[in-house]
Design a protein around this ligand. Structure first.
Ligand SMILES: Cc1cc2nc3c(=O)[nH]c(=O)nc-3n(C[C@H](O)[C@H](O)[C@H](O)COP(=O)(O)OP(=O)(O)OC[C@H]3O[C@@H](n4cnc5c(N)ncnc54)[C@H](O)[C@@H]3O)c2cc1C
Length: 448
């Protein structure tokens, strides 16, 4: 049995969806071992409200990753959580906890779905308990609850959505967004629609660089106008300067600096502080929120073969196999936020990739059983220009916006997201639909 383990590392959107897609279709000779370092997973799209609105941490924003919540009773598949994969070895993974009498677990196939790292509580801290994560969210909520002027550093989707939540729940709080690009939501190196976004075969030893799909300008413009209408100050083409300890800014009043210079810390500050931007402009704030700063969690792969990364992402072929000749990366695949799979780095895309990889793995296993070289359909990321960016549930006043988005219907074109769709998403960020539904085990997770 041992060599027929399909080890999936990471139990969030990519890994858990892959386990669901494979659980009932794998040949009886194989079993899934879903390894997740935390005892729970979080519905990250809903975290933007969990950061702001007290009580949200108690809702279906998190769910326990356990044998009985993931798989049906009597299954041969196993959940290993909280268990961390420490190393990829040739045909084995090294765990921080013994499983079936050993910390080294052999695999026939291994899938790296380790996602991104980001400061807590934007993403749970590795090893954190569900209760500790709820406490981290409460701390953030308490900070916002006491603030009078919040500076949001970075106007990507998370920064914009948090600004929207703040203006919904704390209408009297002044919010400023500082964004380094010429329009909100524009992040990283974006490529025009139509550019080849799927991973390419590694024919010449050069991996396809990762490029973020284009966010339609109309979406940025609508969100910008709606936030400004709520009184949000939006500063574009500028950056917050993180000060060194000896730097001082601010106006000198009677020999004192007033307000004192910001020392670079995030969260609720001890009082009003002067934050200096690259342009020299200062913003006064008593709370600083950083919404950016996610990086691919690819160290398991780079520790084996640093050349298997491109721009920090794990380089994969169109069947999501890792592009490396290192023996420890043979039969190892990667998907989701950690991999250079092309397309947007979103929950929706991770789930789509999981469905595709399930089909690939079943096909590869069938080929191997028949003694044929593995073959499967190449992946093509879909719906590249779809994006939904709500700005809270809405304040209900005349002319108040709800956010913006676009729906990419392939050859039918890219359409403005209808208001009902944004309202539906903004209601609970699909926690009660997509997140709860992902847990298909013996025990449902609703309000566990
Ligand atoms: C605040 C926020 C809001 C977002 N909003 C949206 C949105 O509105 N819509 C949308 O589509 N996307 C949104 N995203 C992006 C989306 O959440 C990610 O694209 C998605 O989580 C990627 O899924 P993943 O499974 O690849 O990675 P992750 O969700 O990062 O999961 C990786 C998992 O691997 C585990 N892991 C890592 N290393 C190990 C190890 N060594 N051993 C065992 N386990 C390990 C981690 O604990 C984690 O559970 C948002 C993200 C954030 C942070």
């Amino acid at each position: 049995m041992a060599e027929n383990n399909i080890v999936v590392i990471g139990g969030s959107f990519a890994g858990h969806s892959l386990a669901n897609a494979l659980a009932h279709k794998l040949p009886a000779t194989h079993r899934i071992l879903l390894v997740e370092q935390n005892e729970f997973t979080a519905h990250l799209p809903g975290v933007v409200r969990g950061l702001v609105e007290p009580g949200w941490e108690e809702r279906n924003l998190t769910a326990p990753t356990r044998q009985e919540t993931v798989f049906k009773a009597g299954t041969r598949h196993r959940v290993l959580a909280p268990v961390r994969v420490l190393e990829l070895l040739e045909g084995r993974v090294l765990l921080d906890t013994e499983f079936e009498g050993s910390t080294e677990v052999p695999f026939g196939k291994c899938i790296v779905a380790t996602g991104s790292s980001q400061r807590s509580p934007l993403r749970p801290e590795p090893g954190a308990t569900r209760a500790e994560y709820a406490d981290a969210l409460r701390l953030e909520q308490a900070g916002f609850g006491k603030a009078t002027h919040v500076l949001v550093v970075g106007g990507g989707a998370v920064g914009v959505e948090v600004a929207g939540e703040l203006t919904t729940h704390y209408p009297s709080v002044q919010v400023t967004i500082v964004h380094g690009r010429s329009r909100l939501l524009e992040t990283g190196e974006q490529v025009p629609f139509g550019t080849q976004m799927a991973p390419q075969p590694d024919t010449d030893g050069v991996h396809t660089p990762y490029a973020y799909p284009f966010v339609p300008e109309s979406v940025s413009e609508r969100v910008d106008a709606q936030l400004r209408a709520r009184g949000v100050e939006v500063i574009l083409n500028d950056r917050v300067r993180f000060p060194s300890s000896e730097e001082h800014t601010g106006a000198v009043v009677n020999g004192e600096v007033d307000p004192p210079a910001w020392d670079g810390r995030e969260g609720l500050l001890p009082g009003m502080r002067a934050v200096t931007l690259a342009s020299g402009q200062t913003v006064h704030a008593d709370c600083v929120f950083g919404g950016s700063g996610a990086w691919p969690n690819s160290s398991l792969v780079s520790a084996v073969d640093p050349t298997a990364l491109v721009g920090g992402y794990v380089a994969v072929d169109p069947n999501f196999r890792i592009l490396s000749s290192a023996p420890a990366l043979k039969d190892v695949y990667a998907l989701g936020d950690v991999a250079n799979t092309g397309g947007r780095k979103t929950a929706g895309q991770a789930v789509g990739e999981a469905r595709h990889l399930a089909m690939v793995l079943l096909s590869h296993l069938a080929c191997e059983a028949q003694g044929r070289p593995p073959a499967a359909k190449a992946y093509a990321p879909g719906f590249l220009q779809s994006i939904l960016v709500p700005i809270g549930e809405g304040r209900g006043g005349p002319g108040d916006g709800i956010g913006a988005g676009s729906v990419d219907l392939g050859w039918l074109g890219v359409w403005r997201a209808p208001e009902w769709l944004l309202r539906w998403f903004a209601k609970d960020y699909f926690c009660s639909q997509h997140f709860v539904a992902r847990f298909q085990g013996e025990v449902g997770v609703k309000d566990l």
